[in-house]
Ligand binder design. Structure first.
Ligand SMILES: Nc1ncnc2c1ncn2[C@@H]1O[C@H](COP(=O)(O)OP(=O)(O)O)[C@@H](O)[C@H]1O
Ligand SMILES: [Mg+2]
Length: 469
């Protein structure tokens, strides 16, 4: 290539005649056919490429995906061993493909590096500092985003687990006391020399009490207090001490005056008090055991949700029901979404789809996190599913202030954030977009007016080929 022609490339326009001649001698022109590889990421970075003619695209592997980072037909754009002058650019950091027949001015990396260093010593120093600084920042920020997300979710989960766990501990220790009390009461009943037949009747009543507890219908506060008053009066009339202590327990166990009348009919007057107290213990232990079972169920559901969320022991690519993923993710956000109304509008007829489940959970997390951030203290988060032809739709909608028109085109850019330093990293939507679009060949769309912002994720229901892993 002639020195005058080299000068027409914007990179070289300010060089003097000697420099241009040197470049023209060192460089060569290379051609690629449409679809051809210009250079491949990870190969030794041996050449610096300047586009003379044609259209190229630059791709980079991000978390295992091939992501297109640029596509251009601009004469003079460059790629390849662009940082050879820094001395550490041993491998190509991206791949370049020719989309049409294309022509390049190619310089061997070492020659290129030598020229840049000796011609622009001052610029070199500046670039070195900037490049190294930027690389560190990027790694740090990416790492921080992941830690922030994990930290806030595990804090939420810990809090969630703590409630049922301490409820179970409390109920267990009350249960121990009640059982000790029951043994004691049983001894008193035996001392009263109840005959065998009566004891039989009492045990039958006890069985019935247990059954009633299981079937007890939840009462309104009003009904509860009426029923308690009635029972207290009955117990007082029978001469029992501290009837007001027993009544609430009997009522929550679903026992009423009719039942107590039957108890009385089975027993003598002296036997009534110890028998009623003993039956009350029965009801109480039943209630406590139910509480423990509930707490344990809640704990096991939470652990199940955490497992579903993290997908730790599952294959990365598998057929999943998105509703299970959404539910697990919502559980992780339960603490953060306290005060916010969460509405699920699921289309349960949707089929399961093959997907990278853990990564989709990250997408829901990022969108839900943004929605909750926008909602603030009060509002509604809606999670909706549906179908559009051969695509499955998941929508995360919020009633926050919306996304201002001016920033709409930028929200998917990495590091774009409107949140205060330390709160937002600006990576949430970027990561989500890459997972949905590059990894699942789906799409993310957004529509926003004040009071209604909707992020809509589209996923192919039956991908023709398994997406790139
Ligand atoms: N639901 C939403 N309502 C209003 N603005 C939003 C919403 N989701 C995203 N944004 C805007 O997009 C920006 C980028 O979001 P994101 O990539 O998740 O980064 P970050 O949340 O760290 O700021 C946010 O800072 C915010 O300005
Ligand atoms: Mg975010």
């Amino acid at each position: 290539m002639a020195p005058e022609e080299v000068r027409t490339l914007f990179l070289f326009e300010s060089l003097d005649a000697d420099q241009l001649t040197w470049l023209a001698e060192q460089g060569r022109v290379e051609r690629r056919d449409a679809g051809g590889l210009v250079y491949a990421e990870g190969d030794p970075a041996e050449c610096f490429f300047v586009l003379l003619d044609g259209t190229v695209r630059l791709c980079r592997t991000v978390h295992g995906d091939q992501v297109e980072i640029n596509r251009t037909a601009q004469r003079g754009v460059y790629g390849g061993a662009t940082q050879a002058y820094l001395g550490d650019d041993r491998l190509y950091r991206n791949s370049m493909w020719a989309l049409t027949d294309a022509e390049f001015f190619v310089l061997p990396a070492e020659k290129f590096a030598h020229a840049v260093r000796s011609w622009f010593p001052m610029a070199m120093h500046l670039l070195e500092g900037m490049f190294v600084g930027m690389r560190d920042t990027q790694t740090l920020v990416g790492e921080r985003e992941r830690l922030l997300a994990l930290g806030s979710l595990s804090a939420g989960l810990t809090h969630e687990l703590n409630n049922p766990a301490s409820a179970a501990v409390r109920a267990t220790s009350s249960l121990q006391e009640r059982i000790a009390g029951m043994r004691h009461k049983l001894a008193m009943i035996a001392d009263g020399r109840i005959d065998g037949r009566r004891l039989h009747g009492l045990v039958a009543l006890q069985e019935e009490a247990v059954e009633r507890v299981a079937k007890a219908r939840p009462l309104s506060p009003m009904e509860t207090s009426d029923a308690e008053d009635e029972l207290t009066d009955w117990l007082d009339d029978q001469g029992l001490t501290a009837g007001w202590e027993l009544a609430p327990i009997l009522v929550s166990g679903g026992l009423d005056i009719d039942w107590l009348d039957r108890v009385r009919a089975e027993l003598s007057a002296e036997e009534l008090e110890p028998a009623v107290r003993w039956l009350t213990y029965t009801v109480e232990t039943e209630l406590l055991m139910r509480e423990i079972a509930d707490a344990a169920t809640r704990i096991s559901n939470l652990v199940g949700a955490a497992k579903q969320y993290s997908q730790l022991d599952r294959a990365p690519y598998q057929v999943v029901d998105v509703h299970e993923l959404l539910d697990a993710t919502l559980v992780m956000f339960r603490v953060k979404s306290a005060g916010v109304r969460v509405v699920k509008e699921y289309d349960r007829s949707l089929p399961s789809i093959p997907a990278y489940a853990a990564e989709l959970n990250q997408v829901w997390s990022n969108l839900i996190d943004n929605a909750l951030g926008a909602i603030g203290d009060a509002g509604t988060l809606t999670v909706r599913t549906g179908r559009l032809d051969d695509q499955l739709i998941v929508e995360i909608a919020d009633t926050g202030p919306g996304i201002p028109e001016e920033i709409r085109p930028r929200i998917f850019e990495p590091f774009f954030t409107t949140k205060p330093v330390g709160e937002g990293t600006g990576l949430g939507l970027d990561i989500s977009y890459r997972i949905v679009v590059n990894k699942h060949h789906g799409d993310v769309r957004v529509s926003s007016v004040p009071g209604n912002t909707v992020f809509r994720v589209l996923l192919p229901i039956s991908p023709e080929e398994p997406p790139a892993g």
